[in-house]
Ligand binder design. Structure first.
Ligand SMILES: Cc1cc2nc3c(=O)[nH]c(=O)nc-3n(C[C@H](O)[C@H](O)[C@H](O)COP(=O)(O)OP(=O)(O)OC[C@H]3O[C@@H](n4cnc5c(N)ncnc54)[C@H](O)[C@@H]3O)c2cc1C
Length: 488
């Protein structure tokens, strides 16, 4: 018959949302069990660098003057107020305190950063385990600390044990079934259940059905193992309404591993100088706006076949080697202009459809399969504008006007990509799961990516760290609210 377990609160998943829900519920004095599909805690956030917040202690010390009020207004205007204003308010108002809470738990943040010049300084980049320079995967150190804090506060974790189905008693949710990969079956009885399974970012069918993208054709994805929409499915089966569903889209070089720093030369292509063209060989934007990954994605999404190329020449590489980057990065290290040609040759050998090296622009266009005449005209016009020191196409900042000249030419394909999905389970601002008729399902809460539907189409990159910030804060609030429900 399997193992029967009972607790005040049963939490499905141990990503940052589930971990913070567990920590908050345990602090409130509840008994808590967490069932996680993977072998350890942290979820997709183990790949990332850090969360968003406003008015944290670190920001105050760093004299960051973004206020909660300003952040709230900026955010709501950006999404045209097409989001639950009360929920966004609570998230932003709580965010600074959540960073302080995590610090008090033992999480160490390396610094609070921007990720491009026009963004706000909201990104609390986590100090990697053992110290050192932060970078991709730093946030795994944060997840480890929260997990240890939960264990110290009596939370019991079951890894390799995915939840399968919610248990209902009348209208209320009173537990769930789970199955261990070792074959052990569990029946968990709980006064309240919190779902935080990270969305459907690795489920091609759900992406197609709910967002209209064909995976690996018009959208690429990090494909974090196990993020299959389980929690959303379980909630819907239990009567939950359908929330707004979209992908957390970013435009990136399509070389596998590039976003994790595995191809250092890609950082050079992401500077404001390299020319951006579409398949027809026409220039498609002021290249300096591409630093904003969401805007970059929107630009790519609009082009023929949803593809964009960035072009560099050896003269431009020399310029960057001498002068450094337009946007020096604190999290992608080294000078990408060093060994650039070798790295590009290696990329071309491994991925001849994504990275291109040629001795002339004609050859480059042929390798890329784009219109050569148009590309030559585009480059000629662009170089003239560089000579005149004025971008008559898009008004790009003069500092970024570097002519595409020299003896060698390089191009990299950029595609629409996604960190994962957003939204699915309908909730109210208390993180209570509700039906399509806005009726609360007693005992059922949800948090993190499974419910994150605040962006209205384009992820708000101007506040870096936003989805991890939402996961931590929504999880924490769901844990607090579930504890109140249990203790009432
Ligand atoms: C490469 C990369 C870098 C990123 N960098 C950043 C960053 O720097 N800042 C930022 O704000 N965001 C970043 N993100 C996004 C961020 O990681 C997510 O927003 C965040 O992890 C969402 O947290 P979550 O707890 O909702 O879900 P997740 O972290 O996805 O965790 C979900 C968990 O649910 C588990 N699960 C799934 N199904 C079940 C089931 N049936 N039963 C039990 N458990 C289940 C999964 O195994 C997983 O552990 C990044 C994402 C990627 C992919």
């Amino acid at each position: 018959m399997g193992t029967k377990i009972s607790a005040d609160i049963g939490i499905i998943a141990a990503g940052p949302a589930g971990l913070c829900a567990a920590a908050a519920a345990a602090e409130s004095g509840c008994s808590v069990v967490v069932f996680e599909k993977a072998a350890g805690p942290g979820g997709a956030a183990n790949m990332g660098m850090g969360p968003f917040a406003v008015e944290s202690r670190i920001q105050q010390k760093s004299m960051v003057n973004l206020t909660k009020e300003k952040a709230f207004r900026q955010f709501m205007d950006y999404v045209h107020w097409q989001a639950d204003a009360q929920l966004v308010h609570d998230y932003i108002w709580k965010s600074g305190d959540t960073i302080n809470w995590l610090e008090d738990m033992g999480v160490r943040f390396a610094a609070v950063m921007k990720n491009f010049p026009e963004s706000e300084q909201t990104w609390h980049v986590v100090m990697p385990e053992g110290g050192g320079i932060p970078g991709p995967r730093s946030a795994s150190a944060m997840n480890k600390v929260i997990h240890e804090y939960c264990v110290d506060n009596g939370v019991k974790f079951y890894f390799n044990t995915p939840a399968k189905k919610l248990i209902k008693s009348g209208d209320s949710v009173t537990g769930f079934y789970a199955s261990g990969t070792d074959g052990e079956e569990y029946e968990v009885t709980a006064k309240s259940v919190i779902i935080a399974t990270g969305g459907f970012g690795t489920n091609p069918d759900m992406i197609q059905e709910h967002c209209g993208y064909t995976l690996n054709k018009d959208l690429f994805d990090f494909m974090i193992p196990g993020i299959m929409g389980d929690g959303i499915r379980m909630a819907w089966e239990a009567g939950a309404g359908h929330g707004r569903m979209e992908m957390e889209r970013i435009g990136v070089p399509n070389l596998p591993g590039a976003s994790l720093g595995e191809w250092p030369q890609t950082t050079l292509f992401m500077q404001a100088g390299p020319l951006a063209v579409n398949k027809s060989g026409y220039r498609c934007c002021d290249e300096s706006v591409l630093q904003n990954g969401s805007i970059c994605e929107n630009i790519i999404d609009y082009q023929q076949d949803k593809v964009m190329y960035k072009i560099l020449s050896d003269d431009m590489v020399k310029y960057y080697r001498r002068n450094g980057m337009d946007f020096p990065s604190e999290v992608f290290h080294g000078n990408p202009a060093e060994n650039f040609d070798d790295n590009m040759q290696r990329a071309q050998e491994q991925y001849p459809n994504l990275a291109f090296v040629a001795d002339s622009l004609e050859d480059l266009a042929e390798k890329m399969g784009i219109n050569a005449d148009n590309l030559l005209n585009t480059v000629e016009r662009y170089n003239d504008m560089c000579d005149e020191n004025y971008d008559d196409d898009f008004g790009k900042n003069r500092n970024y006007l570097h002519p595409v000249t020299g003896k060698k030419f390089y191009a990299l394909e950029f595609r629409c990509n996604a960190y994962g999905s957003l939204g699915g389970i309908k909730i109210n601002h208390n993180y209570e799961v509700i039906t399509d008729d806005y009726q609360v399902i007693p005992g059922l809460y949800a948090a993190g990516t499974d419910v994150c539907e605040i962006y209205n189409g384009t992820y708000y990159y101007y506040f870096p760290g936003n989805t991890m910030g939402f996961a931590l804060n929504s999880g924490r609030m769901a844990g607090e609210n579930a504890a109140d429900f249990v203790q009432d």
